[in-house]
Design a protein around this ligand. Structure first.
Ligand SMILES: [Zn+2]
Length: 347
């Protein structure tokens, strides 16, 4: 139930119930200077950058390849949040270990806003393994992420009303790009032969993707990576893969690949050969400064590479011909010593 409390706290403290409202805040800053904005994930930062344009300096706390479920703020991060004009986070308990910090920052008169706050609860998935919380991975459905644009537009316009018209224009332009992306993803996933239209990944980040674009989704870990997968989770997936004989499964850039490699070994021992179809960007975008280091590039990469690996049709270089990764390449063949691995060592 914590997500409900957090959402209520956010709404109350930001929008008129308390002293930390954005209305008062708007009166205390100079409209000539760009807003100082801190965002948690790269996806949130990218969204906010598109809307704020030249009127916002956006800093992302969680970098490429870093798992937001496990991310903890440094003293520097907390300082930056306290200095910001507004902090945007993804919400729905994605940033599970940042909740206290976000609450503290908000209580010190800073607007702290979850971009997913206005999504209809009837839309949200409620996975049974996530202790009554909603599935936070809504950016995987481009149409839902596009609805979050409206909330960011509204928030920025309240904080900086002088530039509201520009924010509205930027929001509309970005939503046009997102609509094109949404249609592309729908088309390339539908091109996969039906018997092979199954996406197998390390953790359950693709639930909205599967529901929206019509592909069955299986994973070893649940919605959060905070608890370790057990041998029974691996074996369950090996049984499924042996039965279905899928051509490929996928690793994720922000999640330790050891479980997926254990599944590959498991299928091998039962004389079924399955390859790794590529590395997908689930909870973090690609390298900063590349096309895959943008939200549109990240989703384009995922949809294009999933279609290629599972027998569908998609242009080699994706929607805009800008993908830098090659089909079947850019795969981490050995387990990554990322944050998930470090956690498993100390436990
Ligand atoms: Zn996740």
């Amino acid at each position: 139930m914590f997500h409900v409390c957090l959402a209520l706290w956010t709404l109350c403290s930001c929008w008129g119930c308390g002293s930390a409202g954005t209305e008062g805040f708007a009166n205390t800053r100079s409209a000539a200077k760009p807003l100082r904005i801190v965002a948690t994930t790269g996806m949130v930062a990218d969204l906010v950058r598109h809307i704020a344009g030249e009127h916002g300096d956006v800093m992302a706390l969680i970098g490429s390849g870093v798992d937001p479920h496990l991310f903890k703020a440094t003293r520097y991060d907390i300082k930056k949040m306290h200095e910001a004009d507004v902090v945007f986070y993804s919400g729905l308990m994605l940033e599970g270990r940042l909740q206290e910090v976000l609450k503290q920052v908000n209580s010190s008169n800073r607007p702290v806003v979850a971009v997913t706050d206005r999504l209809d609860h009837a839309y949200l998935r409620s996975p049974p393994d996530f202790e009554g919380h909603f599935d936070p991975h809504v950016w995987m459905d481009v149409a839902a992420w596009s609805r979050c644009v409206d909330w960011v537009d509204e928030t920025l316009s309240k904080i900086d009303p002088v530039h509201a018209d520009q924010f509205h224009q930027n929001a509309k332009a970005y939503q046009t790009e997102l609509a094109e992306l949404h249609e592309y993803v729908r088309k390339v996933i539908a091109s996969i032969p039906e018997s092979q239209r199954v996406l197998v990944t390390a953790h359950d980040a693709f639930g909205y993707f599967g529901r929206t674009y019509g592909i069955e989704v299986r994973s070893i870990q649940g919605v959060t990576t905070e608890s370790e997968a057990g041998i029974q989770d691996v074996n369950r997936l090996v049984d499924f893969l042996v039965e279905r004989k899928l051509p490929a499964i996928f690793v994720e850039s922000s999640v330790n690949g050891k479980n997926i490699h254990a599944v590959i070994e498991g299928t091998k021992s039962r004389n079924v050969s399955i390859r790794i179809g590529g590395e997908l960007f689930s909870d973090a975008m690609g390298t900063e400064g590349t096309y895959e280091g943008t939200y549109i590039g990240m989703i384009d990469h995922n949809a294009t590479r999933i279609a290629h690996a599972l027998g569908g049709a998609a242009p080699d270089n994706g929607l805009h011909g800008r993908l830098t990764t090659q089909p079947g390449a850019a795969v981490s063949q050995k387990p990554q010593l990322g944050p998930a691995f470090a956690v498993s060592l100390v436990r």
